[in-house]
Design a protein around this ligand. Structure first.
Ligand SMILES: Cc1cc2nc3c(=O)[nH]c(=O)nc-3n(C[C@H](O)[C@H](O)[C@H](O)COP(=O)(O)OP(=O)(O)OC[C@H]3O[C@@H](n4cnc5c(N)ncnc54)[C@H](O)[C@@H]3O)c2cc1C
Length: 506
């Protein structure tokens, strides 16, 4: 845990907890977004050659990583991974099949199955200057209903799943708070509500935008939806244009979601934990933005309890980012944003094609990269100009990370005193994560945890994504081989006090 005081520096513990909320804007030294005053020592230069990044990693771990990346590059394997896993569970039994996954993919991409394992991963990362984003993985399936007898029991089962997920999210806040350091969790609103609800609210927001446009162009669709829902709640007639999307039962469900999400935000605020709200597919995202904006208004004071996610592969992402910066600035609270490229490109394009509408995703990788880097620069400038903003640059892209580091250095930003975090997924781009951590930048690893069989869909998605973005993984493979080659002399049997026994111990 790095705690720095004085000189405009940000005491990470000192400023992030409940006291900040209780004392309010006037009572405390500025937190997060305001901590940088341009008076800090300039940033050190991270060494991305990999020479320094793998210390603390055993050779066996590196070899396992190579095998995992190799498997992820075999499309036939990746495409059939879920099928093979189910088959293995049937043939070998769940224990043996899970053990095979546990010793390979799970260890590489996940932080553990229990809170004790997660805590030890968090401790290990902290020793290397890296924070954790605690992410209890709960994926999909809420609209399916499963094999249930009648409508009522399907409904009850969904409710129970949502309650269960909420409990796990609240637990992950506690675990993050206990671990100390940079305290973050990630949530998906699709684990707190049925996707069909998010889809309906998203349609309502689109209708509100259309209706607002008719009224003179500049009416905020979020406000229109809130007014409509207030009317429905009090038994009055809302806006005709929204009625088919946000009728009384839908508003009741939306209220359940707002209450659950409010409980998460409140618990996080009290325990000084930041919440990253994951971005989802475009047909769900307007609702995610709506809920997140409501929570930010209520909880983002002098620092960002909630950070929304912006997917740079979307053509409208820069405009949405700008609108949100303005909203937070005019609302007098801290902007919080995580910038990613976006994970659902294939699905988005297919959906657009099926509906014969233009794809919302940039046409080329180059366009996405250009937009990502422009958005990152925009966010760094916002902070550099002294506005309240907190940013997580979540990417494995070397050029984007390097560009952001260069800009921070040229603006004289001290990495520990600036609310800019870098983030990578567990098991990916360690050469970036640990180089940043070792040279004092705020950097996070996203740490999925939970039972092996529950994380399997996530692992398969990870493997499929890796197959799609082999560029990034190729760099991981190259760096890992380079590190193994560096270690070879020490591993040879004739080297005194070294040899393969080291590999075994690692
Ligand atoms: C900590 C963390 C949190 C994340 N959270 C989310 C989240 O909440 N929501 C989400 O959607 N994703 C999330 N992601 C995943 C992210 O969106 C990317 O899929 C992933 O990180 C790969 O992008 P990159 O910037 O790391 O690297 P790169 O390998 O440089 O970029 C790959 C990405 O570029 C884009 N791309 C590739 N080919 C093309 C093309 N032909 N045309 C246009 N664009 C193209 C795609 O977005 C692809 O994923 C997260 C990633 C991290 C590290």
């Amino acid at each position: 845990m790095v705690v720095r005081r004085g000189g405009g520096g940000l005491g990470l513990l000192q400023g992030e907890g409940p006291a900040a909320l209780l004392l309010g804007p006037a009572g405390l030294r500025p937190l997060g977004g305001e901590a940088w005053d341009g008076q800090q020592a300039p940033a050190s230069v991270p060494d991305f050659s990999g020479a320094d990044a793998y210390r603390g990693r055993g050779t066996t771990e590196l070899l396992r990583g190579l095998a995992v990346f190799r498997a992820c590059s075999l499309r036939a394997f990746v495409e059939r991974a879920e099928e093979m896993y189910s088959g293995a569970r049937r043939l070998l039994g769940p224990r043996l099949a899970d053990e095979a996954v546990r010793r390979t993919f799970f260890r590489h991409f996940c932080a553990g199955e229990s809170s004790a394992q997660l805590a030890s991963t968090l401790d290990w990362l902290r020793e290397h200057g890296v924070g954790g984003i605690v992410n209890y993985h709960t994926e999909g399936g809420l609209d399916g209903g499963g094999e249930v007898a009648d409508h009522q029991s399907a409904e009850e089962r969904r409710r129970a799943v949502l309650e269960h997920n909420l409990g796990l999210i609240l637990e992950s806040i506690e675990m993050s708070a206990r671990a100390g350091g940079h305290k973050f969790i990630a949530i998906k609103l699709t684990s707190m509500a049925q996707p069909s609800l998010l889809e309906k609210l998203s349609e309502a927001l689109k209708a509100a935008k259309g209706a607002g446009g008719l009224q003179g162009g500049d009416v905020d669709p979020h406000q229109l939806l809130t007014c409509h829902m207030n009317a429905v709640r009090s038994g009055r007639r809302g806006m005709d244009a929204l009625e088919s999307w946000a009728d009384a039962p839908t508003v009741r469900e939306a209220d359940r979601l707002l209450t659950s999400a409010g409980r998460v935000a409140e618990a996080a605020a009290v325990q000084g934990v930041r919440v990253l709200v994951d971005a989802e597919q475009t047909y769900l995202q307007p609702a995610v933005d709506y809920v997140t904006a409501q929570l930010q208004r209520a909880h983002n004071g002098t620092y960002a309890v909630l950070l929304n996610t912006y997917q740079a592969y979307l053509k409208d992402s820069a405009a949405r980012l700008e609108a949100d910066l303005l909203r937070c600035r005019s609302g007098g609270y801290t902007f919080g944003g995580k910038l990613v490229r976006g994970a659902y490109m294939v699905e988005e394009r297919r959906r657009a094609e099926e509906r014969a509408v233009p794809s919302p995703v940039h046409d080329t990788k180059r366009d996405t990269d250009g937009n990502y880097n422009r958005c990152a620069r925009r966010l760094l400038r916002e902070i550099g100009e002294g506005r309240r903003a907190e940013v997580v640059l979540a990417t494995h892209n070397h050029d984007s990370v390097n560009g952001a580091v260069d800009l921070m250095r040229s603006m004289g930003m001290a990495p520990q005193a600036t609310p800019v975090y870098f983030a990578q997924l567990m098991g990916m781009s360690d050469y970036l994560t640990f180089s940043l951590g070792h040279s004092g930048y705020k950097v996070l690893k996203c740490l999925p945890y939970g039972p092996v069989h529950e994380l399997m869909p996530f692992l398969v998605r990870r493997a499929q994504e890796n197959a799609d973005v082999m560029g990034g993984v190729a760099k991981d493979v190259e760096m890992t081989w380079a590190e193994i080659r560096r270690r070879v002399p020490a591993l040879l049997p004739h080297a005194p006090g070294h040899g393969w026994d080291r590999v075994q111990k690692a």
